[in-house]
Design a protein around this ligand. Structure first.
Ligand code: ADP
Ligand code: MG
Length: 475
């Protein structure tokens, strides 16, 4: 285990981190912090929830403190760009925690908020500016801020910034920040355009990578319910929500309209629900997120764009109410839970017209998602025992890229009898992993009868208990 002290951070920062409950560095932090401290440009490839903010934020803060200068009025010392307002606010919140005991000042500028106020905030000079690209350029055009004193440039969630069409803004901004800067680029994926961008704006970058695409999801327990249509999705969702009253659930809908409708329905029947999607104002989104973080709202219905990258600690369940069109989005969605060593459960619903989407997801991740209930639209094949069986329920023996066989086969409901009598969560989930005991035969059978569930009732997934140590081993 690596402490933050080991990585070369000063006492003040280490003490602050300790107060925040940060004792050990995450893998991306372990790799990135020394490189940033030594002044390298950096490309960091890591999924959400891996601790990127501290990975770039801490060494940058350390260096800003060591330089011990104050920014001139309307100037900044460091610039962090992120794709959405929510992400900007989240990064700034984290950084403000980190700089609490220092004189450093963090300012945010985002679209949809008062530009005059932002202008005023910038007037006395800023150590760290966190911004969305569009609004930053507006403020530059108004001469509310100049970037010529900036020595650090961070592009966070770079792939998402490109997805959202910020490429031209990024080019402009990059030209406004002097060449003698240090540039750090973080991205969950490395499409060609990001590689090009990196080639243009980074100098001899070091590359750190922590999780190959698709792998982040390994920490999350995943289940799929095969359902005939929306009504059954809603039905199972309600039952699972009821079974987990203390959970924090994030429900993904494909459309804004669908998200709104589902939220209203849930709210109407007594679940504390809110929604975030593109039709919501900035204020509404922030209020919903805050209520959810505070636990006042237990169910947040979201679309991908509204939710991607947002850090909501404590999400216990992620529902793919609709499967995403793009398989990557599934990985991002379920990455919203099981963050930072916590437990998480992902439940997907698959209607017949979504079967191909599920297939793409499983292919991308190299796994078979455990069937919780329902009948897969299956190809009937002859199993190894000569018995005809449903392809889907053939567990780890299914062909694929070979990883399926290593996939821990989990029981969706824990001990069947126990789950039935208590209507409660399964006990500790055991994983067949790295030398850990393989799952028992009975459990495997349990899984293979997912359709019937033994009790003829929908599943009620609870929170499995697993120790920090176990999880780290799996990471
Ligand atoms: P990313 O940007 O990779 O999605 P974040 O930087 O938002 O991840 O971190 C995810 C969560 O983990 C946050 O709640 C953050 O406070 C927490 N976290 C990050 N690093 C650590 C650490 N070393 N120890 C404890 N918690 C951490
Ligand atoms: Mg982040």
């Amino acid at each position: 285990m690596t402490t933050f002290h080991d990585l070369g951070l000063s006492k003040t920062i280490v003490a602050t981190l300790s107060a925040l409950g940060f004792e050990k560095a995450t893998p991306i932090q372990e790799k990135a912090i020394p490189l940033v401290l030594e002044g390298s440009d950096l490309i960091g490839l890591a999924q959400t929830g891996t601790g990127k903010t501290a990975a770039f934020g801490l060494p940058m803060i350390e260096k800003l403190l060591a330089e011990a200068r104050r920014p001139d009025p309307r100037n900044i010392r460091a610039l962090i760009l992120a794709p959405t307002r929510e992400l900007v606010n989240q990064i700034a919140d984290n950084l403000r925690d980190f700089v609490k005991k220092t004189p450093l000042r963090v300012v945010t500028v985002v679209g949809g908020a008062s530009i005059n106020k932002q202008s005023e905030m910038l007037s006395r000079g800023t150590d760290i500016l966190v911004a969305t690209p569009g609004r930053l350029l507006d403020l530059v055009a108004r001469k509310a801020v100049t970037l010529t004193q900036a020595r650090y440039l961070v592009l966070d969630e770079a792939d998402q910034m490109l997805d959202l069409g910020f490429i031209h803004d990024l080019r402009k901004i990059s030209k406004l920040v002097p060449k003698n800067r240090q540039t750090l680029l973080f991205s969950a994926t490395m499409p060609k355009l990001i590689a090009e961008l990196a080639g243009e704006y980074l100098v001899n970058p070091k590359k750190v990578e922590v999780t190959p695409p698709g792998k982040a999801a390994d920490k999350v327990e995943q289940y799929v319910h095969f359902v005939p249509g929306k009504d059954q999705k809603t039905q199972i969702l309600k039952q699972t929500l009821t079974a987990n009253p203390d959970g924090l659930s994030l429900v993904f809908s494909r459309t804004k309209h669908g998200a709104e409708k589902l939220m209203k329905h849930l709210d109407h029947i007594g679940f504390k629900a809110a929604s975030i999607h593109g039709n919501k104002s900035q204020g509404q989104r922030e209020r919903a997120l805050k209520a959810f973080r505070d636990g006042e709202i237990r169910v947040l219905v979201a679309t991908d764009v509204a939710a991607r990258g947002i850090d909501i600690p404590g999400v216990t369940h992620v529902y793919n109410y609709d499967l995403p069109e793009v398989p990557d989005a599934y990985v991002h969605r379920i990455g919203r839970t099981a963050r930072n060593g916590r437990d998480g459960i992902a439940i997907a619903f698959c209607a017949p017209d979504e079967a191909h989407l599920l297939r793409d997801i499983e292919k991308l991740m190299g796994i078979k998602i455990t069937v919780a209930s329902g009948e897969a639209p299956a190809i009937v094949t002859a199993g190894p025992g000569g018995k005809s069986r449903k392809g889907r329920n053939n567990g780890g023996q299914r062909s694929g890229n070979g990883r399926a066989a290593q996939r821990p086969q989990r029981k969706p409901f824990g001990d069947g009898a126990q789950a039935a009598s208590e209507g409660a969560a399964p006990a500790a989930g055991k994983r067949a992993h790295g030398g850990r005991p393989q799952q028992k035969q009975g459990e495997r059978q349990n899984r293979n009868h997912g359709a019937g569930n033994g009790q003829g009732r929908p599943s009620q997934h609870g929170k499995p208990r697993r120790s920090e140590g176990q999880r780290r081993e799996q990471a």
